[in-house]
Design a protein around this ligand. Structure first.
Ligand code: ZN
Length: 391
């Protein structure tokens, strides 16, 4: 199917102004001020007036298989469904395992990623879980990266956390080194996604790698940086002094943040104001992991499931409420993760890029249409394509 979107304000994520966009064969074919309608080609014309066109969001940390389990087996969260992802404008996810690397396995994670890809979006995975030594599929981090197409790195490796395997700094450096070489040999990112707990060491392990090896900062992405003000401050220092990259988690309920927790949209503003280069900040949802749910009076109700749709909410809040602006807010969920993950066809609106697109109201940013690889999955804010087992 060919689509022509007329008169739409493009954020690529840079502001390109109002243009026409031609889409076909799963990619963006042409962007120009005016493109002709050619009905003979069976072209569908969409009116973009009053709307913005953004790249499909990239969520680089999703427990697609489910996560949790920290309150016993009954607290293991269920698998994600396609529309849990697409209704939030997300068209690319990187799946990962978390605390539980025993009942959640790499073969199962790969199968789930493959299933979501068959249902219409783009998926990758990290090899491993919190655990060190890393439990891989083939027996080695490097072999997983080289031989398994969907493996773009290792993670989420837990440090500074009571649930971590408490690796030494040398062990941690070895994981990053093997992941990097696996990435080099397979032409992929070789990124280590690092779960940051609330331990006092904070980013010391990552500093150790940058100060004692030749590994560049682009191979490490520490996440949950906004879990506390102090970790946020260390993250800002790490990004400014060592050129590091930091990832803020979006899935916490904004009405029930931990006392010291920083809302992701606010964290982006703080980091930018502190002088962190905008290319060095990303958001991910931690979606489908377990999340405490509270009654309105603040008492614990039970466990819920983190939402991938929180990624879009925090991007929108950064753009509209925090005054960061749409272009800079979008970078944290499109161009920046695409660059770190070395996904050259993703995260931007350009001729030749994959047609992963979100169309939204220019004022409210309410999502109207979501397209992945040139196919419409969400229209009028409703899912028109559902996962295999969705009602
Ligand atoms: Zn985590």
């Amino acid at each position: 199917m060919l689509y022509l979107i007329k008169n739409i304000h493009i954020y690529a994520p840079e502001d390109l102004g109002i243009k026409d966009v031609l889409i076909g064969g799963g990619e963006i074919l042409r962007i120009a001020d005016q493109l002709p309608e050619t009905p003979d080609y069976g072209m569908e014309v969409l009116d973009g007036s009053g709307k913005v066109l953004m790249p499909g969001l990239i969520d680089a940390h999703v427990h697609i298989l489910g996560g949790g389990g920290e309150g016993g087996a009954k607290s293991r969260t269920p698998e994600i469904m396609l529309t849990d992802i697409t209704l939030g404008g997300v068209t690319t996810v990187v799946g990962c395992l978390g605390t539980d690397g025993c009942t959640r396995t790499m073969s199962n994670l790969l199968a789930k990623a493959k299933g979501l890809e068959e249902e219409g979006i783009t998926t990758y995975v990290y090899t491993g879980s919190y655990q060190v030594p890393v439990r891989t599929l083939t027996g080695s981090i490097m072999d997983d990266g080289i031989l398994l197409e969907k493996v773009v790195g290792t993670g989420e490796i837990a440090i500074s956390d009571h649930r971590s395997s408490q690796p030494t700094k040398e062990e941690f450096a070895r994981i990053v080194a093997d992941t990097r070489v696996g990435g080099i040999l397979s032409g992929k990112a070789g990124l280590v996604n690092i779960h940051m707990g609330d331990g006092e060491e904070k980013l010391a392990y990552l500093r150790y790698v940058l100060e004692n090896t030749q590994i560049p900062p682009t191979n490490m992405l520490p996440t949950h940086i906004n879990r506390s003000r102090t970790l946020m401050e260390d993250g800002i220092d790490y990004a400014k002094k060592l050129g590091g990259y930091i990832d803020l988690t979006t899935s916490s309920d904004p009405d029930f943040l931990e006392p010291d927790e920083v809302k992701a949209s606010t964290g982006l503003k703080l980091a930018l104001e502190a002088g962190v280069p905008e290319e060095h900040i990303t958001f991910s949802s931690d979606g489908q992991g377990s999340l405490p749910v509270f009654y309105p009076d603040g008492t614990l109700k039970g466990l819920g499931v983190g939402k991938v749709t929180s990624l879009y909410r925090e991007m929108r809040d950064a753009a509209l409420t925090e005054g960061v602006g749409l272009s800079r807010a979008l970078k944290a969920v499109t161009a920046n993760p695409a660059a770190l993950l070395k996904l050259s066809r993703k995260g931007r609106i350009a001729e030749g890029a994959d047609a992963d697109l979100v169309m939204a109201d220019e004022k409210s940013l309410a999502i109207d249409l979501v397209m992945a690889k040139g196919a419409v999955l969400v229209l009028g804010g409703q899912a028109v394509v559902k996962g295999t087992f969705e009602e």
